[in-house]
Design a protein around this ligand. Structure first.
Ligand code: PXP
Length: 261
């Protein structure tokens, strides 16, 4: 599937719509409809939609994934745990991309990256049929050298670097830690690219934290959900998406102007 927009410097925005489903599920019923959000996001210029089907179906449901697959014309990035059940669902739908994430029942959100280094064999076998089916497999990992090297060894084409620690440090005013996280992310994005991996990033990004990450020349895609869906309450989804897109493009342009991107 081809991209519909030409983002500055090739940086794509994937909108995670899980929390549209969270709001719907708070009451049951059909409103607000994640597919409607996805179509609106498509019109606002996002490059893809991300949806995480959790084992407990706390937000997206199987029917949501069916609807997205049937009606989206931009790529779907299907986030899932590395379980047999999810593998079967992915193989049935063959979405454009599959992003493997760790999943714990008790967590509120995806807390860390996937442990690939200690589970190299299992993950290598797990992704093989998905890749054979034409899905672009991405692995959500911490910005950690061992995880990145393991992802490259098993032949995953893409890694998504977890930006949560950087965003949390910023939100809590721990600016030295934030800057250290940012340096680590920059170093690990460069390593991943050197190893031939496509680099994505995401988790916890906001208007305040997106630009330094968007400025990394190695990063090809940001996946952002909770903040944009939250902002949509105040400014509307279209406006929240356009503002995030604007900040990403601005960061990219600023780097290009000084000759980095
Ligand atoms: N990328 C991955 C792999 C995720 O699991 C999530 C959260 O579901 C996101 C990006 C988006 O994070 P947030 O909702 O905090 O923007």
């Amino acid at each position: 599937m081809t991209m519909q927009t030409d983002p500055v410097g090739g940086l794509r925005l994937g909108l995670n719509i899980d929390h549209v489903a969270t709001v719907r599920n708070a009451r049951g019923g059909a409103y607000p409809d994640p597919l409607r959000a996805a179509k609106l996001a498509e019109a606002a210029g996002v490059d893809g939609i991300t949806a995480h089907l959790r084992e407990d179906r706390r937000h997206m449901t199987d029917a949501d994934i069916d609807a997205l697959m049937a009606h989206l014309s931009i790529p779907l990035n299907f986030e899932m745990a590395a379980t047999d059940e999810m593998q079967q669902i992915a193989l049935r739908h063959k979405p454009h991309a599959v992003c493997l994430v760790p999943e714990k029942r008790e967590e509120r959100t995806t807390e860390g990256g996937l442990e690939v280094a200690r589970e190299e064999n299992r993950i290598a076998h797990f992704i093989a049929p998905l890749q054979d089916a034409g899905c672009r497999v991405s692995i959500f990992i911490a910005a950690d050298q061992h995880q990145i090297e393991a992802a490259a060894r098993i032949g995953a084409p893409v890694v998504e670097l977890h930006t949560g620690a950087y965003c949390d440090a910023h939100a809590e005013g721990r600016f030295d830690e934030r800057d250290a996280e940012l340096s680590r992310l920059a170093e690990m994005a460069a390593l991943a690219l050197d190893l031939g991996l496509e680099v994505h990033a995401g988790h916890g990004l906001t208007y305040d934290t997106v630009k330094p990450i968007a400025a990394f020349p190695e990063v090809k895609e940001l996946n952002i959900g909770h903040f944009i869906i939250g902002e949509a309450i105040f400014s509307g989804l279209d406006s929240a998406i356009r503002r995030m897109r604007h900040l990403m493009d601005e960061a990219r342009r600023e780097m290009r102007d000084i000759g980095i991107a």
